[in-house]
Design a protein around this ligand. Structure first.
Ligand code: GDP
Ligand code: IMO
Ligand code: MG
Length: 429
Protein backbone atom coordinates (compact mmCIF):
# COMPACT_ATOMS: atom_id res chain seq x y z
CA UNK A 1 0.00 0.00 0.00
CA UNK A 2 1.09 3.53 -0.59
CA UNK A 3 2.44 6.62 1.03
CA UNK A 4 0.04 9.57 0.94
CA UNK A 5 1.30 13.05 1.74
CA UNK A 6 -0.46 16.07 3.26
CA UNK A 7 1.46 19.33 2.76
CA UNK A 8 0.99 23.03 3.37
CA UNK A 9 0.66 24.89 0.06
CA UNK A 10 1.07 28.41 1.49
CA UNK A 11 2.85 29.85 4.57
CA UNK A 12 1.70 27.25 7.12
CA UNK A 13 -1.47 27.06 9.25
CA UNK A 14 -3.55 25.97 6.27
CA UNK A 15 -5.44 23.42 8.37
CA UNK A 16 -3.09 20.45 7.81
CA UNK A 17 -3.87 19.07 11.28
CA UNK A 18 -7.61 18.79 10.70
CA UNK A 19 -7.17 17.30 7.21
CA UNK A 20 -4.58 14.81 8.47
CA UNK A 21 -7.01 13.81 11.21
CA UNK A 22 -9.73 13.27 8.60
CA UNK A 23 -7.50 11.08 6.42
CA UNK A 24 -5.96 9.25 9.40
CA UNK A 25 -9.23 7.35 9.72
CA UNK A 26 -7.99 5.05 6.92
CA UNK A 27 -4.26 5.17 7.66
CA UNK A 28 -2.29 2.56 9.59
CA UNK A 29 0.53 4.95 10.32
CA UNK A 30 0.84 8.76 10.53
CA UNK A 31 4.32 10.24 10.35
CA UNK A 32 5.92 13.68 10.71
CA UNK A 33 8.93 14.33 8.45
CA UNK A 34 9.99 17.95 8.97
CA UNK A 35 10.02 20.88 11.35
CA UNK A 36 9.63 20.66 15.09
CA UNK A 37 7.48 22.33 17.70
CA UNK A 38 7.34 25.49 15.57
CA UNK A 39 4.31 23.67 14.15
CA UNK A 40 0.91 23.98 15.79
CA UNK A 41 -1.74 21.66 14.39
CA UNK A 42 -5.32 21.99 15.60
CA UNK A 43 -7.66 19.02 15.52
CA UNK A 44 -11.27 19.43 16.63
CA UNK A 45 -13.37 16.37 17.32
CA UNK A 46 -16.78 17.13 18.83
CA UNK A 47 -16.24 19.23 21.95
CA UNK A 48 -12.56 18.30 22.15
CA UNK A 49 -9.77 20.39 20.63
CA UNK A 50 -6.19 19.16 20.44
CA UNK A 51 -3.25 21.43 19.66
CA UNK A 52 -0.35 19.27 18.54
CA UNK A 53 3.18 20.50 18.00
CA UNK A 54 5.36 17.42 17.65
CA UNK A 55 3.20 14.34 17.93
CA UNK A 56 1.48 13.31 14.68
CA UNK A 57 -2.25 14.03 14.50
CA UNK A 58 -2.86 10.28 14.04
CA UNK A 59 -2.45 9.88 17.82
CA UNK A 60 -6.12 10.81 18.23
CA UNK A 61 -7.20 7.67 16.35
CA UNK A 62 -7.04 4.53 18.50
CA UNK A 63 -4.62 2.01 17.15
CA UNK A 64 -2.99 4.25 14.52
CA UNK A 65 0.80 3.97 14.67
CA UNK A 66 2.63 7.32 14.88
CA UNK A 67 6.22 8.13 14.01
CA UNK A 68 8.36 11.23 14.37
CA UNK A 69 10.74 10.89 11.43
CA UNK A 70 14.41 11.76 11.18
CA UNK A 71 13.70 15.03 9.33
CA UNK A 72 12.11 16.48 12.47
CA UNK A 73 14.07 18.38 15.13
CA UNK A 74 12.73 17.30 18.51
CA UNK A 75 12.77 19.20 21.77
CA UNK A 76 12.62 16.38 24.36
CA UNK A 77 11.02 18.58 27.04
CA UNK A 78 8.24 19.68 24.66
CA UNK A 79 7.73 16.10 23.48
CA UNK A 80 7.30 14.83 27.06
CA UNK A 81 4.99 17.69 27.99
CA UNK A 82 2.80 17.06 24.94
CA UNK A 83 2.81 13.34 25.66
CA UNK A 84 1.73 13.97 29.27
CA UNK A 85 -1.10 16.26 28.17
CA UNK A 86 -2.47 13.69 25.70
CA UNK A 87 -2.17 10.87 28.24
CA UNK A 88 -4.13 12.92 30.79
CA UNK A 89 -6.88 13.24 28.19
CA UNK A 90 -7.08 9.47 27.97
CA UNK A 91 -5.12 8.83 24.76
CA UNK A 92 -2.79 5.85 24.41
CA UNK A 93 0.67 7.44 24.20
CA UNK A 94 2.64 4.29 24.93
CA UNK A 95 5.76 3.29 22.99
CA UNK A 96 3.65 0.55 21.39
CA UNK A 97 2.10 3.09 19.10
CA UNK A 98 4.40 6.11 19.06
CA UNK A 99 8.02 6.07 17.90
CA UNK A 100 10.86 8.52 17.25
CA UNK A 101 13.52 7.75 14.63
CA UNK A 102 16.93 7.26 16.19
CA UNK A 103 18.49 9.64 13.67
CA UNK A 104 16.17 12.52 14.62
CA UNK A 105 18.13 15.54 15.87
CA UNK A 106 17.42 17.03 19.28
CA UNK A 107 16.76 20.66 20.17
CA UNK A 108 18.55 21.78 23.33
CA UNK A 109 18.25 24.87 25.56
CA UNK A 110 21.39 26.16 23.78
CA UNK A 111 19.52 26.14 20.45
CA UNK A 112 16.65 28.08 21.99
CA UNK A 113 19.00 30.62 23.58
CA UNK A 114 20.74 31.08 20.21
CA UNK A 115 17.44 31.50 18.34
CA UNK A 116 16.43 34.20 20.83
CA UNK A 117 19.81 35.96 20.75
CA UNK A 118 20.01 35.92 16.95
CA UNK A 119 16.51 37.32 16.54
CA UNK A 120 17.27 40.09 19.06
CA UNK A 121 20.49 40.93 17.20
CA UNK A 122 18.62 41.17 13.87
CA UNK A 123 16.55 44.07 15.29
CA UNK A 124 14.13 45.42 12.67
CA UNK A 125 15.39 42.79 10.23
CA UNK A 126 14.23 39.93 12.42
CA UNK A 127 12.79 36.84 10.73
CA UNK A 128 9.96 36.49 13.22
CA UNK A 129 10.88 32.91 14.12
CA UNK A 130 8.87 30.97 16.68
CA UNK A 131 11.91 31.09 19.03
CA UNK A 132 11.76 27.31 19.42
CA UNK A 133 15.43 26.76 18.50
CA UNK A 134 14.56 25.36 15.07
CA UNK A 135 17.15 27.22 12.96
CA UNK A 136 20.11 26.59 15.31
CA UNK A 137 19.21 22.88 15.61
CA UNK A 138 19.15 22.39 11.82
CA UNK A 139 22.35 24.43 11.58
CA UNK A 140 24.08 21.99 13.95
CA UNK A 141 22.65 19.08 11.99
CA UNK A 142 24.02 20.14 8.61
CA UNK A 143 27.18 21.41 10.32
CA UNK A 144 27.69 17.83 11.57
CA UNK A 145 27.65 18.97 15.19
CA UNK A 146 24.14 17.93 16.16
CA UNK A 147 22.91 15.66 18.93
CA UNK A 148 20.85 12.76 17.66
CA UNK A 149 18.11 10.94 19.53
CA UNK A 150 20.10 7.69 19.51
CA UNK A 151 22.33 9.19 22.20
CA UNK A 152 19.34 8.99 24.56
CA UNK A 153 20.13 5.25 24.72
CA UNK A 154 23.78 5.91 25.65
CA UNK A 155 23.86 7.99 28.88
CA UNK A 156 27.63 8.42 29.09
CA UNK A 157 28.04 9.52 25.49
CA UNK A 158 25.02 11.78 25.90
CA UNK A 159 26.57 13.45 28.94
CA UNK A 160 29.84 14.15 27.10
CA UNK A 161 28.06 15.35 23.96
CA UNK A 162 25.72 17.71 25.87
CA UNK A 163 28.58 19.22 27.86
CA UNK A 164 30.70 19.84 24.75
CA UNK A 165 27.64 21.22 22.94
CA UNK A 166 26.73 23.66 25.74
CA UNK A 167 30.31 24.82 26.15
CA UNK A 168 30.73 25.44 22.41
CA UNK A 169 27.48 27.40 22.17
CA UNK A 170 28.24 29.33 25.37
CA UNK A 171 31.19 30.86 23.53
CA UNK A 172 28.85 32.22 20.87
CA UNK A 173 26.19 33.29 23.37
CA UNK A 174 28.59 35.22 25.57
CA UNK A 175 31.25 36.48 23.14
CA UNK A 176 29.08 37.30 20.12
CA UNK A 177 25.65 38.01 21.55
CA UNK A 178 26.66 39.19 25.06
CA UNK A 179 24.05 37.05 26.82
CA UNK A 180 24.40 34.75 29.84
CA UNK A 181 25.93 31.30 29.36
CA UNK A 182 23.98 28.11 30.12
CA UNK A 183 24.92 25.80 32.96
CA UNK A 184 26.24 22.58 31.39
CA UNK A 185 25.64 20.57 34.60
CA UNK A 186 21.96 21.35 34.72
CA UNK A 187 21.41 20.87 30.96
CA UNK A 188 23.18 17.51 31.17
CA UNK A 189 21.10 16.44 34.19
CA UNK A 190 17.93 17.49 32.36
CA UNK A 191 18.89 15.39 29.32
CA UNK A 192 19.73 12.33 31.45
CA UNK A 193 16.19 12.52 32.80
CA UNK A 194 14.77 12.92 29.27
CA UNK A 195 16.84 9.93 28.16
CA UNK A 196 15.19 7.65 30.73
CA UNK A 197 11.73 8.77 29.63
CA UNK A 198 12.28 8.81 25.87
CA UNK A 199 14.57 5.81 25.19
CA UNK A 200 11.63 3.35 24.96
CA UNK A 201 10.19 5.43 22.11
CA UNK A 202 13.23 5.13 19.83
CA UNK A 203 13.14 3.04 16.66
CA UNK A 204 14.53 2.79 13.15
CA UNK A 205 11.89 4.87 11.40
CA UNK A 206 12.86 3.96 7.84
CA UNK A 207 12.60 0.23 8.60
CA UNK A 208 9.23 0.75 10.34
CA UNK A 209 7.79 2.54 7.31
CA UNK A 210 9.23 -0.03 4.92
CA UNK A 211 7.64 -2.86 6.90
CA UNK A 212 4.29 -1.09 6.96
CA UNK A 213 4.35 -0.45 3.21
CA UNK A 214 5.39 -4.04 2.46
CA UNK A 215 2.58 -5.30 4.69
CA UNK A 216 0.11 -3.38 2.53
CA UNK A 217 -0.54 -0.65 5.10
CA UNK A 218 -1.34 2.98 4.33
CA UNK A 219 1.25 5.45 5.60
CA UNK A 220 0.20 9.11 5.83
CA UNK A 221 2.89 11.80 5.98
CA UNK A 222 1.74 14.89 7.89
CA UNK A 223 3.49 18.03 6.67
CA UNK A 224 4.37 20.91 8.94
CA UNK A 225 4.86 24.56 7.89
CA UNK A 226 4.20 25.25 4.21
CA UNK A 227 5.81 25.40 0.76
CA UNK A 228 6.50 29.15 1.03
CA UNK A 229 8.54 28.51 4.20
CA UNK A 230 10.76 25.90 2.49
CA UNK A 231 14.44 26.73 2.90
CA UNK A 232 15.06 26.29 -0.85
CA UNK A 233 11.73 27.13 -2.44
CA UNK A 234 10.25 29.70 -0.05
CA UNK A 235 10.77 33.43 0.43
CA UNK A 236 14.38 33.05 1.62
CA UNK A 237 15.63 34.15 4.14
CA UNK A 238 12.11 34.55 5.61
CA UNK A 239 11.66 30.79 5.76
CA UNK A 240 12.11 27.96 8.20
CA UNK A 241 15.28 25.84 8.15
CA UNK A 242 13.85 22.62 6.68
CA UNK A 243 12.07 21.26 3.60
CA UNK A 244 8.35 21.01 4.32
CA UNK A 245 7.81 20.01 0.67
CA UNK A 246 7.62 16.65 -1.14
CA UNK A 247 11.43 16.44 -1.34
CA UNK A 248 11.59 16.67 2.44
CA UNK A 249 9.28 13.67 2.80
CA UNK A 250 11.79 11.37 1.13
CA UNK A 251 14.84 12.47 3.12
CA UNK A 252 12.88 13.21 6.29
CA UNK A 253 11.58 9.65 6.53
CA UNK A 254 14.04 7.49 4.64
CA UNK A 255 11.54 6.16 2.09
CA UNK A 256 11.74 5.78 -1.68
CA UNK A 257 9.64 8.07 -3.93
CA UNK A 258 8.10 5.09 -5.76
CA UNK A 259 5.74 4.49 -2.83
CA UNK A 260 4.04 7.87 -3.13
CA UNK A 261 0.39 7.82 -4.26
CA UNK A 262 -1.38 11.11 -3.44
CA UNK A 263 0.30 14.44 -2.73
CA UNK A 264 -2.40 16.60 -1.21
CA UNK A 265 -1.77 20.32 -0.91
CA UNK A 266 -3.79 22.01 1.82
CA UNK A 267 -4.55 25.65 1.04
CA UNK A 268 -6.65 28.18 2.87
CA UNK A 269 -9.36 29.82 0.71
CA UNK A 270 -7.46 33.05 1.42
CA UNK A 271 -3.82 33.60 2.53
CA UNK A 272 -2.13 34.01 5.89
CA UNK A 273 1.42 34.31 7.16
CA UNK A 274 3.00 34.69 10.61
CA UNK A 275 6.43 36.23 10.96
CA UNK A 276 8.24 38.61 8.60
CA UNK A 277 8.76 38.47 4.84
CA UNK A 278 7.07 39.31 1.55
CA UNK A 279 3.34 38.71 1.14
CA UNK A 280 2.12 40.24 -2.15
CA UNK A 281 -1.65 39.88 -1.57
CA UNK A 282 -1.52 41.10 2.05
CA UNK A 283 -4.40 43.23 3.37
CA UNK A 284 -4.40 45.80 6.15
CA UNK A 285 -6.96 47.63 8.26
CA UNK A 286 -10.64 46.60 8.23
CA UNK A 287 -10.21 44.25 5.27
CA UNK A 288 -7.58 42.33 7.23
CA UNK A 289 -9.74 42.16 10.36
CA UNK A 290 -12.57 40.75 8.22
CA UNK A 291 -10.41 37.74 7.27
CA UNK A 292 -8.42 37.42 10.51
CA UNK A 293 -11.31 37.76 12.93
CA UNK A 294 -10.89 39.35 16.33
CA UNK A 295 -10.14 36.24 18.35
CA UNK A 296 -13.79 35.62 19.24
CA UNK A 297 -13.82 32.28 17.37
CA UNK A 298 -11.30 29.52 18.10
CA UNK A 299 -10.39 29.42 14.38
CA UNK A 300 -9.60 33.14 14.09
CA UNK A 301 -6.17 33.87 12.66
CA UNK A 302 -3.95 33.89 15.76
CA UNK A 303 -0.95 31.52 15.87
CA UNK A 304 -1.49 28.06 17.39
CA UNK A 305 2.11 27.99 18.68
CA UNK A 306 2.85 31.62 19.53
CA UNK A 307 -0.57 33.32 19.69
CA UNK A 308 0.68 36.04 17.31
CA UNK A 309 -1.96 37.64 15.05
CA UNK A 310 -1.49 36.24 11.55
CA UNK A 311 -1.05 38.56 8.58
CA UNK A 312 -3.84 37.88 6.06
CA UNK A 313 -4.61 38.54 2.40
CA UNK A 314 -6.60 37.32 -0.59
CA UNK A 315 -5.96 33.93 -2.12
CA UNK A 316 -2.74 34.08 -4.14
CA UNK A 317 -2.84 31.73 -7.12
CA UNK A 318 0.78 32.54 -8.07
CA UNK A 319 1.76 31.05 -4.71
CA UNK A 320 -0.44 28.01 -5.29
CA UNK A 321 0.97 27.46 -8.81
CA UNK A 322 4.42 27.46 -7.17
CA UNK A 323 3.24 24.88 -4.61
CA UNK A 324 1.72 22.65 -7.32
CA UNK A 325 4.99 22.72 -9.29
CA UNK A 326 7.45 22.33 -6.39
CA UNK A 327 5.53 19.47 -4.76
CA UNK A 328 3.91 17.78 -7.74
CA UNK A 329 0.54 18.16 -6.01
CA UNK A 330 -2.01 15.64 -7.26
CA UNK A 331 -4.95 17.24 -5.43
CA UNK A 332 -5.85 20.27 -3.34
CA UNK A 333 -8.11 20.77 -0.33
CA UNK A 334 -9.35 24.33 0.23
CA UNK A 335 -9.93 25.08 3.91
CA UNK A 336 -11.84 27.87 5.65
CA UNK A 337 -14.16 28.46 2.69
CA UNK A 338 -16.76 29.41 5.33
CA UNK A 339 -14.77 32.54 6.22
CA UNK A 340 -15.52 34.02 2.78
CA UNK A 341 -19.32 33.80 3.31
CA UNK A 342 -20.93 37.23 3.39
CA UNK A 343 -18.46 38.92 1.06
CA UNK A 344 -20.21 40.48 -1.95
CA UNK A 345 -17.12 40.09 -4.08
CA UNK A 346 -14.02 37.99 -3.53
CA UNK A 347 -10.77 39.25 -5.01
CA UNK A 348 -8.10 36.67 -5.92
CA UNK A 349 -4.53 37.33 -6.98
CA UNK A 350 -3.96 35.79 -10.44
CA UNK A 351 -0.54 37.26 -11.34
CA UNK A 352 1.94 39.90 -10.21
CA UNK A 353 2.96 43.12 -11.88
CA UNK A 354 6.21 45.04 -11.74
CA UNK A 355 6.46 48.34 -13.68
CA UNK A 356 3.64 47.29 -15.98
CA UNK A 357 5.14 43.85 -16.65
CA UNK A 358 2.98 40.82 -15.83
CA UNK A 359 4.65 38.00 -13.89
CA UNK A 360 3.04 34.53 -13.82
CA UNK A 361 5.57 32.59 -11.70
CA UNK A 362 6.76 33.37 -8.18
CA UNK A 363 10.07 35.27 -8.39
CA UNK A 364 12.54 33.80 -5.93
CA UNK A 365 14.76 36.81 -5.30
CA UNK A 366 13.53 38.93 -2.45
CA UNK A 367 13.94 42.45 -3.94
CA UNK A 368 11.88 41.44 -7.00
CA UNK A 369 9.22 39.74 -4.92
CA UNK A 370 8.96 42.77 -2.66
CA UNK A 371 8.21 44.96 -5.70
CA UNK A 372 5.42 42.67 -6.93
CA UNK A 373 1.92 44.15 -6.96
CA UNK A 374 -0.95 41.67 -7.08
CA UNK A 375 -3.04 41.52 -10.25
CA UNK A 376 -6.54 41.00 -8.92
CA UNK A 377 -9.53 39.31 -10.49
CA UNK A 378 -12.83 39.72 -8.66
CA UNK A 379 -15.16 36.74 -8.27
CA UNK A 380 -18.79 36.98 -7.09
CA UNK A 381 -19.38 36.13 -3.42
CA UNK A 382 -22.26 34.52 -1.54
CA UNK A 383 -24.31 35.38 1.51
CA UNK A 384 -25.29 32.00 2.89
CA UNK A 385 -23.64 30.48 5.96
CA UNK A 386 -22.05 27.28 4.63
CA UNK A 387 -20.74 25.79 7.88
CA UNK A 388 -23.39 23.04 7.84
CA UNK A 389 -22.71 22.01 4.23
CA UNK A 390 -21.79 18.34 3.77
CA UNK A 391 -22.19 17.91 0.00
CA UNK A 392 -21.68 20.09 -3.09
CA UNK A 393 -25.45 20.59 -3.48
CA UNK A 394 -25.47 22.36 -0.07
CA UNK A 395 -23.09 25.06 -1.35
CA UNK A 396 -24.23 28.27 -3.08
CA UNK A 397 -23.46 28.41 -6.80
CA UNK A 398 -20.81 31.12 -6.32
CA UNK A 399 -18.95 29.05 -3.70
CA UNK A 400 -18.76 26.19 -6.22
CA UNK A 401 -17.62 28.68 -8.87
CA UNK A 402 -14.85 29.91 -6.54
CA UNK A 403 -13.60 26.35 -6.09
CA UNK A 404 -13.84 25.67 -9.83
CA UNK A 405 -11.93 28.86 -10.61
CA UNK A 406 -9.02 27.66 -8.43
CA UNK A 407 -9.17 24.21 -10.01
CA UNK A 408 -9.15 25.56 -13.57
CA UNK A 409 -6.37 28.05 -12.88
CA UNK A 410 -4.10 25.40 -11.35
CA UNK A 411 -5.09 22.42 -13.47
CA UNK A 412 -5.26 20.29 -10.31
CA UNK A 413 -8.39 18.72 -8.84
CA UNK A 414 -9.79 20.44 -5.72
CA UNK A 415 -11.04 17.30 -3.99
CA UNK A 416 -12.53 18.89 -0.90
CA UNK A 417 -13.49 22.17 0.77
CA UNK A 418 -13.57 22.58 4.54
CA UNK A 419 -16.34 24.71 5.94
CA UNK A 420 -15.48 24.54 9.64
CA UNK A 421 -12.86 23.12 12.00
CA UNK A 422 -14.59 19.81 12.77
CA UNK A 423 -14.10 16.43 11.17
CA UNK A 424 -17.56 16.42 9.62
CA UNK A 425 -17.36 19.99 8.26
CA UNK A 426 -16.01 18.95 4.88
CA UNK A 427 -17.51 18.84 1.41
CA UNK A 428 -15.98 16.31 -0.97
CA UNK A 429 -16.10 17.00 -4.72
P1 GDP B 1 -2.13 23.75 10.61
O1 GDP B 1 -0.90 24.28 11.25
O2 GDP B 1 -2.03 23.73 9.12
O3 GDP B 1 -2.56 22.42 11.15
O4 GDP B 1 -3.31 24.79 10.94
P2 GDP B 1 -3.60 25.47 12.38
O5 GDP B 1 -4.20 24.47 13.28
O6 GDP B 1 -2.40 26.20 12.87
O7 GDP B 1 -4.65 26.59 11.97
C1 GDP B 1 -5.84 26.29 11.32
C2 GDP B 1 -7.01 26.84 12.16
O8 GDP B 1 -8.19 26.84 11.37
C3 GDP B 1 -7.34 25.97 13.37
O9 GDP B 1 -7.87 26.81 14.38
C4 GDP B 1 -8.42 25.03 12.83
O10 GDP B 1 -9.28 24.54 13.84
C5 GDP B 1 -9.17 25.96 11.93
N1 GDP B 1 -9.80 25.34 10.76
C6 GDP B 1 -9.35 24.34 9.96
N2 GDP B 1 -10.18 24.17 8.90
C7 GDP B 1 -11.17 25.09 9.04
C8 GDP B 1 -12.31 25.46 8.27
O11 GDP B 1 -12.59 24.91 7.21
N3 GDP B 1 -13.09 26.49 8.73
C9 GDP B 1 -12.82 27.15 9.90
N4 GDP B 1 -13.62 28.14 10.27
N5 GDP B 1 -11.75 26.83 10.65
C10 GDP B 1 -10.93 25.83 10.22
P1 IMO C 1 2.43 24.85 11.03
O1 IMO C 1 2.92 23.43 10.92
C1 IMO C 1 3.12 29.08 10.32
C2 IMO C 1 7.27 30.48 10.45
C3 IMO C 1 7.59 31.43 11.59
C4 IMO C 1 8.65 32.29 10.92
C5 IMO C 1 9.41 31.29 10.07
C6 IMO C 1 10.69 30.78 10.71
O2 IMO C 1 1.60 25.10 12.22
O3 IMO C 1 1.82 25.29 9.74
P2 IMO C 1 11.13 29.06 12.69
O4 IMO C 1 10.72 29.09 14.13
O5 IMO C 1 10.63 27.85 11.95
O6 IMO C 1 12.60 29.27 12.51
O7 IMO C 1 10.42 30.35 12.05
O8 IMO C 1 8.53 30.19 9.85
N1 IMO C 1 6.67 29.19 10.86
C7 IMO C 1 5.36 28.90 10.75
N2 IMO C 1 4.33 29.68 10.33
N3 IMO C 1 2.92 27.78 10.66
C8 IMO C 1 3.94 27.00 11.05
O9 IMO C 1 3.79 25.67 11.29
C9 IMO C 1 5.23 27.56 11.14
N4 IMO C 1 6.45 27.09 11.50
C10 IMO C 1 7.31 28.08 11.30
O10 IMO C 1 6.45 32.17 11.97
O11 IMO C 1 8.03 33.20 10.04
MG1 MG D 1 -0.33 25.76 12.59
Amino acid sequence: MPLDIVLGAQWGDEGKGSITDLLAENANMVVRFSGGDNAGHTVTVGDQTFKLHLIPSGIIHDGTMCLIGNGVVLNPAVFLRELGGLKERGLDTSPNRLKISRNTHLITPAHIALDTAKEAARGDGKLGTTLRGIGPAYLDKVGRAGIRADLLEKPEELDAAIRAHVEAHNMTLTKIYGVDPLDADSVSAEFQEHARNIAPYLADGSVMIDRALKAGELVLAEGAQGTMLDVDHGTYPFVTSSSPTTGGVITGLGVGPGHIRNILGVAKAFSSRVGSGPFPSELFGDEAVRLRGTGANPWDEFGTTTGRPRRVGWLDLVVLEHAVRINGLTEITLTKLDILSGLKEIPVCVAYEIDGKRIEHLPLDLPTLEKCKPVIEVLPGWDEDIMQATKPADLPENAIKYVQYVENYLGVKVNRASVGPERDQNVDF
